[in-house]
Design a protein around this ligand. Structure first.
Ligand SMILES: Cc1cc2nc3c(=O)[nH]c(=O)nc-3n(C[C@H](O)[C@H](O)[C@H](O)COP(=O)(O)OP(=O)(O)OC[C@H]3O[C@@H](n4cnc5c(N)ncnc54)[C@H](O)[C@@H]3O)c2cc1C
Ligand SMILES: *[C@@H]1O[C@H](CO)[C@@H](O)[C@H](O)[C@H]1NC(C)=O
Ligand SMILES: *[C@@H]1O[C@H](CO)[C@@H](O)[C@H](O)[C@H]1NC(C)=O
Ligand SMILES: *[C@@H]1O[C@H](CO)[C@@H](O)[C@H](O)[C@H]1NC(C)=O
Ligand SMILES: *[C@@H]1O[C@H](CO)[C@@H](O)[C@H](O)[C@H]1NC(C)=O
Length: 285
């Protein structure tokens, strides 16, 4: 019964938002409530700021770059807890923006609501004793690789350096190293997660095991991940942190042969687990 009346309220809010007075009220409930939180001072951006415009433009796909009522940028798990408690208690719809490489509308930002942007939480640290890399959700992969390289290690991250850590890892994550090391999510020893009620938990093999499993592909549906603790891959020679690769382009007429070659590659991939390939069809200009 409770659930039904709550979803009715959000539906009503959505419909009423076409009417500007009701919409202004929702904006002020959600965004003003966030700005009034002392710990979030200076971290809420309205459309009249350059930070706001910069964040909309940071989204990779124009289809996904929806303009929210405001952005909020938590700086820590504690900030994130305040954000989610405020949004929940005011019944605000929200989007979750990390690397911004989701490419369909509502994959990260939101139009009638607040977009939580993790850009301030972009640090990577490495523990050489435990061999664990701790990565902030707002980082993209390139700075992660650059931070880890001097230690002679890397992680099962994205193939394009601009892709975000959080969307990639919680969505699965197919890496150059996936034949030998599995999906990116398989390499997460621990997720630090902020739950809907603001509680901060660790999800791993021993604690909140169900959440740990659900987040391996669960994307933003189970909580806000505020830190990824990942197993690393050691380079055989730490002074040579190299991978070899390249791109070849063919005419469309080669499609059948390429498909056969790709199937052959995949069937034999176990013979050389260090190798990886991807085949895709594109229009070029
Ligand atoms: C150029 C390009 C190259 C790509 N290459 C690869 C590749 O090699 N392999 C591959 O597997 N995929 C690849 N992708 C797909 C990419 O992994 C997904 O689009 C992924 O969702 C991007 O993550 P993000 O953090 O950048 O995205 P965002 O758009 O910021 O987030 C996407 C979704 O992730 C969830 N999310 C974000 N942050 C959090 C958080 N802190 N806690 C919980 N959930 C969160 C939310 O549900 C959000 O809607 C590529 C995409 C592009 C555009
Ligand atoms: C920007 O918009 C917000 C919310 O509407 C408002 O409180 C603030 O005063 C505005 N700032 C400027 C510089 O106009
Ligand atoms: C983190 O973000 C800040 C602000 O955008 C930027 O200056 C810094 O270079 C980023 N750090 C990393 C490691 O990406
Ligand atoms: C928050 O939610 C979790 C999961 O439902 C629950 O275990 C925990 O007790 C809740 N915490 C508070 C303070 O309500
Ligand atoms: C794959 O790389 C590992 C080191 O990471 C090495 O030990 C192994 O010999 C390589 N396999 C092949 C088939 O080259």
């Amino acid at each position: 019964m409770m659930k039904r009346s709550q979803s009715f309220t959000s539906l009503a809010l959505l419909l009423l938002c076409q009417v500007s007075v009701a919409c202004a009220e929702a904006v002020s409930n959600c965004c003003n409530a966030l700005s009034q939180e002392a710990s979030l001072a200076g971290k809420v951006y309205f459309p009249n700021t350059s930070n706001y415009r910069g964040l909309v433009e940071s989204i990779w796909s124009a289809s996904a770059a929806l303009p929210p009522w405001c952005f909020v940028q938590p700086e820590s798990a504690e900030d994130t807890a305040v954000v989610i408690q405020t949004l929940v208690s005011n019944e605000c719809s929200f989007g979750i923006l990390s690397g911004g490489h989701g490419d369909f509308p509502a994959s990260n930002s939101i139009k009638e609501g607040v977009t939580i942007d993790f850009g301030r939480m972009n640090q990577t640290t490495y523990d050489p004793v435990e061999k664990i890399a701790s990565i902030g959700p707002g980082s993209s992969w390139q700075p992660v690789y650059e931070t880890l390289e001097p230690y002679g290690v890397t992680v099962t991250g994205g193939r394009a350096g601009g892709v975000g850590v959080a969307g990639f890892t919680t969505g699965g994550g197919n890496s150059f190293h996936s034949t030998s090391h599995g999906w990116a999510c398989d390499n997460a020893k621990n997720f630090q997660v902020v739950l809907a009620n603001g509680t901060i938990v660790d999800a791993n093999a021993d604690e909140h095991n169900d959440l740990w499993q659900a987040l391996k592909g669960g994307s933003g549906n189970f909580g806000l991940v505020t830190r990824f603790d990942m197993y690393v891959i050691e380079f055989p020679d730490p002074t040579k942190p190299n991978i070899w690769g390249g791109i070849a382009q063919y005419e469309l007429s080669a499609a059948d042969d390429l498909t056969d070659a790709y199937v052959d590659f995949v069937e034999n991939n176990h013979l050389d687990k260090n190798s990886s390939t991807m085949l895709y069809w594109v229009y070029t200009h």
